[in-house]
Ligand binder design. Structure first.
Ligand code: FES
Length: 315
């Protein structure tokens, strides 16, 4: 049985190129089998593909956007505010949203950089992102006044189903470094469903104060602690009927948080940031593939159970 969940399944981007090449993540027919063996509960992807004369649905397009402002918020780390189309803005408010960016003079897609959405202001359609100029792509990107944006992409977090489903519960969010940018969309989603949020920020990482400032306007409790010495504070909180933990950090960080949660209760659902190398974002190039129990999984599109990912893919 094909049990993997493609984050694009049933969306306007489905069926995609993977249906044409018989590599569909969800549909067994479009994955090269002669029989139907999926547990997808939405509109049949195979039927859609056949009805559409075996053509794929629309592709994400590059949109040239204006950078409204660029501010250096830490050494070599910049906050960019970008004017984007309304339609794209409304798609980027979801947890785990990211985009591919490249400078206006770069025609080749090899210059695309995957960047997480920090926040979107729907009143004036301004997208805010944080970029650290560390590699050739991001350094190039930061020289521009206009940039190409391709999106929306949605698989920046594993465990999205937990973030979307949880209601009226206590949720603990832990973060370190630049991954903190993912907290804004996550908190918006969780607060919409009346959850009580407590955030722990590791003071040893690069702190993104703009995110902390935004979070202070939310109805959330924020603790900035030393994760090397004060993890017991999180552990104490985990014992108070927690319905979900969201961990936003490196794989090493997320794995440590998983171990901490499991020491208290292995049944507490976990969501984590997807830190895999993303290149095309469309399941084509293979840059993001991880091997889980012998199965090659495209992590730019596939939702993986966070504990399975942390235990199996990072062996
Ligand atoms: S990033 Fe290209 S296949 Fe996932």
């Amino acid at each position: 049985m094909k049990s993997n969940v493609c984050v694009d399944a049933g969306s306007i981007y489905c069926p995609c190129h993977l249906a044409e090449t018989k590599d569909c993540i969800v549909c067994s027919h479009l994955g090269g089998d002669e029989f139907c063996d999926c547990n997808w509960q939405g509109v049949c992807i195979y039927q859609n593909f056949i009805k559409n004369n075996e053509r794929i649905n629309e592709l994400r397009k590059d949109v040239l956007c204006n950078i409204k402002s660029k501010i250096e918020i830490r050494e070599n780390i910049y906050l960019l505010e970008i004017e984007i189309p309304k339609g794209l803005a409304t798609e980027l408010i979801h947890p785990g949203s990211y985009i591919l960016l490249r400078g206006e003079n770069r025609k080749e897609e090899k210059f695309n950089s995957p960047i997480s959405v920090m926040s979107v202001n729907l009143d004036d359609n301004i997208l805010s992102i944080i970029i650290e100029g560390i590699g050739p792509k991001t350094k190039d990107l930061l020289k521009n006044k206009k940039i190409y944006i391709k999106g929306p992409y949605a698989n920046g977090i594993f465990g999205l189903k937990y973030l979307k489903k949880i209601r009226d519960k206590k949720v603990i969010l832990v973060t370190r470094g630049l991954s903190a940018v993912t907290l804004i969309n996550v908190c918006n989603q969780l607060l919409k469903n009346n959850n009580e949020l407590e955030i722990f920020i590791d003071k040893n990482g690069k702190r993104i104060l703009i995110v902390e400032k935004m979070l202070k306007n939310y109805n959330v409790k924020i603790n900035c602690i030393d994760f090397n010495k004060e993890l017991f504070l999180i552990k104490e909180n985990l014992k108070k009927e927690v319905g979900l933990v969201f961990s936003a950090g490196s794989n090493f960080f997320n794995k440590n948080i998983m171990n901490l949660v499991d020491e208290v209760d292995k049944n507490i659902p976990l969501a984590i940031t997807n830190n895999n190398l993303i290149c095309c974002g469309e399941g084509i190039c293979g840059a993001c593939i991880v091997n889980i129990k012998g199965e090659k999984i495209r992590t730019c599109k596939t939702q993986i159970e966070p504990r399975i990912y942390l235990k199996e893919a990072l062996k």
